[in-house]
Design a protein around this ligand. Sequence first.
Ligand code: BES
Ligand code: ZN
Ligand code: MN
Length: 501
Amino acid sequence: MEVKVITGDITQQRVDAIVVNLFEGVKSPGGAAGAVDRALDGAITKLIEEGEIKGKRGELTLIHTLDKMTPSRVLVAGLGKDSDFDLDAVRAVAAESCRRLRRAGVASVATIAHGVGAGGLDAAASGQAIAEGALLGVYRFDKYKSDNGDGQSIAELSVVEADAANAEALKTGVSRGTIIAEAVNLCRDMANEPANYMTPTRMSEYALEVARESGLDLEVLDRPQMAELGMGALLGVAQGSEEPPKLIILRYRGDPTNDANSLGILGKGITFDSGGLDIKNAAGMSTMKGDMAGGASVIGAMKAIGHLKPRINVTAIVPATENMPGGRAQRPGDVVTAMNGKTIEIDNTDAEGRLVLADAVAYARSLGLTRLVDVATLTGAVVVALGNQCTGAFGNDQSLIDRVVAAGAASGERIWQLPTYDEYKDQYKSDVADIKNTGGRGAGSITGAQIIGEFTDGASWVHLDIAGTSRSDKAKRWDPKGATGVPVRTLVRLVTDLAND
Ligand code: BES
Ligand code: ZN
Ligand code: MN
């Protein structure tokens, strides 16, 4: 689907359908909805009077224009209460109306810029939210279906604005939203792929494609190179698998003369988590092809960053491997040594994310990075704590945590901070090594985070646990069923915010 901006009268567009909107409780529509109402001899007013249209959020009413207007269909989208209206409502309305019209077999759509004018939203922000919502909302992962559902797709979405003064800002927003949505959809594609396709090697090939297309540098370390660097924690996890592990490093240099202006983004890349010898049960293993969603999110974010070109240096690091129970698999009780020399007792082979991230963090520090954000489907415990509604945040630098949480709020991805009191650290003391890789039942997502934090060596660091938010059991708002692409939009927003410091 291509999204573009047009200045003009929405009722005159040569498209299959147009989208207009209405706040809850409005009795006589104004703006574009008013123009449509007049062209249709008061049809919308009548539907409001009859109680068919209320303007509630999520309400979509399809009206056939029966030759009274150029477009043959009008979709009236409810915006909800004026007082609750925000950019998330714009994203949701754009997503839901495109999905609705696609089901109706519509190929070309014109929409008004929701919230610009009466809604009081900035035109660029609205344009971005419409492009994001529409492109995220129509996403499907159907490459393995011989008959891909209804087969329909919308080829073109035009954002039509009557006031020419808003056109430039709308265009800027739409182009930004398109770049970001395509990055989120890349992350979704990677995380939706089955594990027999999305191996560590394939992940590195996707990173290569991003590097080529967005103009970034790529480096991929293989097993011997990681052994040379002493990455015993990562290699211990990889030991049980026939699939060769990869350490993927993507670099964007937007401020080449200022190394202090840098951020490292790290993502867990477990392409399948069987649990290892501490094997998961069937229910626990069923979604574990998605255990590389953190890695996919940083690769996706780099794609957008390469196009948006903010003035900051960003290095993405993805430790990619399977966690399998093969004959050479590591055992509970084994002791491994990470790149920084710290020893870790393997208490449970299923706590593998913190092990691969330990070496990724140590590697980031060896590159001189002093500000780090890692993203991981780290713990079932974070799902117990927060469910599927928000990502858990942890860290050692309150101001960086605040920036990450704010970037999430600004992009419509909820993030909630959990504490990291020093007293929790007693839970992962080992009798034989410096630490062990688990912290017991209580506060599992906190001790998981803190074990990663053991390798930060003074760097500012934030950990995002996306175990509850990286996939959705059902389609809602702009999220399809399956991989959500969280937190690509937060990462991109964080990077552009930091670049503007
Ligand atoms: N990948 C899992 C965490 C997970 C669970 C992600 C559910 C998404 C949905 C992780 O590697 C894991 O197995 N964690 C263990 C840690 C435990 C052994 C300390 C867990 O959460 O049970
Ligand atoms: Zn895992
Ligand atoms: Mn695991």
